[in-house]
Design a protein around this ligand. Structure first.
Ligand code: GDP
Ligand code: MG
Length: 616
């Protein structure tokens, strides 16, 4: 059973002790601080969760984050996949350091919807409230939450709660529905054991649905698990939809074999990477730029991983500026193009920059290269698949291409590309390949005018087409009219194997054979007398000017045609023909007649019946 109402995930943000957890408890009736240590210290340490039905009926999963600067990494694991944020500011204290830091993170992760809960209004007078309200409004300026509604609240006195949920309903009504691209991913934020059930993991599901019974992989560990059960908002469901908080009961992994930062995804669907290309924006108030070579901490989804930044242009990206970087990750990390991330300086701990991944399987790039940046720009503008395809001048399988970009089969249809069987080439590369094949064949024909064409394998090695792609490429090159197949060889469509060898040996060979057409000299003798090379003989055979009946017997075209006509005529007259009868009519010796009839048997013109031949 899935909810009949739209769903959403909302998180808190704000300075410690400003009333985030108390507000969630007041809204849901459940204290989100679940750890014993949190209860003892009266402070949120890790993420807390709850759920709420808004006045519109919308089901909202809630993520309560810690405000303390020391637990910012837990906060970062909580903000992925949010539809909206409740920024909590205590009216008595106003904007404090983590108010700003959380706001920066929300801004870098492009969470565009939110409301401000101005809490503890029971502690201040109206005049002060006005002051704080304008202070908050100006803090929001130039962030993704600019202009967000500021709702005065007292959780203790339960004032303003209805206004807050109504405001939340209003911003969520404007949010686009979560995309379902059929590639579910669940970045895990919690893993625990439930007695009687086994291992349970939770997270915010994105990009696709999960179903009970499905086989999944824990990325990047590679462990394969099965979905035993699914829950949303404490209710069992058969299918969980993207854009909701989900608890997954998994079979096949112990609690210690999955942890925050891992991602659940269908087996083989989500690659892990150690290198990504990304567009980054450095915080406007950052005290330092993002320097080339900087050792940073990357937060994406629920994972935190060390990263070294290669600045692709210039030596640094200044505060407030944007640029392209390649990030080298400390260990394999599940990531997809378009995912958002935050970069922090590990020590002293501070937020530096954030952005989106453009390419999660990039090559190493030369720095200061305009072509690299242009390709990244096109990717960022949405041409992900086309740019990915450009990486493979020698072609790529469609399956590998789709997997690398987490794209669906349908997306491949719109590509500017040549597809043949399982393989695909960007149009520009396909053209270049055709030109290369053309040039190689032209050179070859010029060097070997007597040969019908080039051996396929030779074409393959000269063009550098991967062996696995060769059959598909060859078929498409023939289909495109770049070349033709001639037996086991390939040639330009315009190529005619030349006969003239310069010394007239071809003519002399024909002459030798034609002198006594039905009783020619042995082929070896004719070759020797005419001085024809093997190539000349082969060329004559190919053209049909000489018909080879056996190793040693060859007729001219004319003699062959006459002999066949004679056989047909004799069979028509008396039903069959024997070697002796034909020999008498042809006035030849037994050797060429036998060779002729055996050749005709092999060509399936005649069939042997006892001593005689009949027509098939
Ligand atoms: N007077 C008053 N105190 C509040 C209100 N909301 C929270 N508090 C108190 O503020 C303290 C910190 O609250 P908490 O929810 O833990 O803050 P958090 O760190 O933002 O989660 C607690 O002692 C709460 O009882 C409120 O609306 N009015
Ligand atoms: Mg708290």
């Amino acid at each position: 059973m899935t909810s009949e109402f739209p769903e959403a995930v909302v998180g808190t943000a704000g300075h410690i002790d400003h009333g985030k957890s108390t507000l969630i408890a007041a809204l849901t009736g459940v204290d989100p601080d679940r750890l014993a240590e949190e209860k003892r210290r009266g402070m949120t340490i890790d993420l807390g969760f709850g759920h709420l039905r808004l006045p519109s009926g919308r089901e909202v999963g809630l993520v309560d984050v810690p405000g303390h600067a020391r637990f910012i990494r837990n906060m970062l694991a909580g903000v992925h996949g949010l539809d909206a944020v409740i920024l909590v500011v205590a009216a008595d204290e106003g904007v404090r350091p983590q108010t700003r830091e959380h706001l920066e993170i929300v801004d870098l992760l492009e969470v565009r919807r939110g409301v401000v809960a101005l809490t503890k209004i029971d502690l201040v007078d109206a005049e002060w409230l006005d002051l704080v309200t304008s202070e908050v409004a100006s803090a929001l300026k130039d962030t993704s939450l600019a202009g967000a509604r500021i709702v005065p609240v007292s959780s203790l006195e339960r004032r303003g709660l209805d206004e807050l949920t109504a405001a939340l309903d209003a911003v969520l009504a404007e949010a686009e529905p979560r995309p379902d691209v059929g590639r579910p991913r669940l970045p895990i934020d919690r893993a625990f054991t439930m007695s009687g059930f086994g291992t349970v993991v939770t997270g915010t599901l994105v990009d696709g649905s999960l179903a009970v019974g499905q086989e999944l992989e824990v990325v990047p560990r590679g462990r394969v698990v099965r979905v035993r059960g699914l829950q949303q908002h404490n209710r069992k469901v058969e299918v969980a939809r993207p854009g909701s908080r989900v608890a997954v009961n998994i079979a096949g992994a112990e609690k210690h074999e999955v942890e925050r930062g891992d991602v659940l995804a269908p087996r083989g669907s989500l690659p892990a990477t150690r290198r990504v290309d990304a567009r980054v924006r450095v915080l406007p108030h950052s005290a330092r730029p993002l320097r080339h070579g900087a050792e940073l901490t990357l937060h994406t989804g629920t994972v935190e991983v060390g990263a070294r930044a290669i600045v692709l242009e210039g030596d640094a990206i200044a505060a407030g500026a944007e640029g392209w970087v390649q990030l080298y990750l400390e260990r394999p990390t599940a990531a997809a193009a378009g995912d958002r991330f935050v970069l922090r300086v590990p020590s002293p701990s501070l937020t530096l920059a954030g952005g989106r991944f453009a390419d999660v399987a990039p090559r190493k790039h030369p720095r200061h290269d305009a072509a690299v940046r242009a390709s990244l720009e096109r990717r960022a503008a949405g041409n992900v698949l086309q740019e990915e395809l450009r990486k493979y001048p020698r072609g790529v399988t469609v399956a590998a291409l789709l997997k690398a970009t987490l794209s669906a089969e349908a997306d491949a249809g719109a590509l500017d590309a040549r597809r043949s069987g399982d393989w695909i080439w960007a149009t520009e590369h396909w053209k270049a390949l055709g030109e290369k094949a053309n040039a190689e064949l032209a050179t070859y024909h010029a060097a070997h005018p007597l040969r019908a064409g080039m051996a396929r394998e030779e074409l393959r090695s000269r063009t550098g087409i991967p062996a696995a792609a060769f059959a598909a490429a060859l078929g498409a090159l023939v289909e495109d009219g770049v070349m033709v197949e001639r037996g086991t060889e390939v040639a330009l469509p315009t190529h005619e194997a030349a006969l003239e060898d310069g010394d007239g040996s071809a003519g002399r060979l024909i002459e030798q054979l034609a002198r006594n057409p039905f009783a020619p000299p042995s082929l070896a003798e004719a070759i020797e007398k005419s001085g024809a090379s093997t190539e000349v003989v082969r060329a004559l055979e190919r053209r049909g000017d000489v018909v080879r009946l056996s190793d040693d017997v060859a007729f001219t075209r004319d003699a062959y045609e006459k002999a066949v006509a004679l056989v047909e005529e004799m069979v028509a007259a008396s039903g069959s023909v024997t070697v002796a009868q034909l020999r008498d009519r042809m006035g030849a010796s037994r050797r060429p007649v036998l060779a002729l009839l055996e050749h005709l048997d092999a060509e399936r013109v005649t069939r042997r019946v006892g001593d005689a031949r009949v027509l098939r």
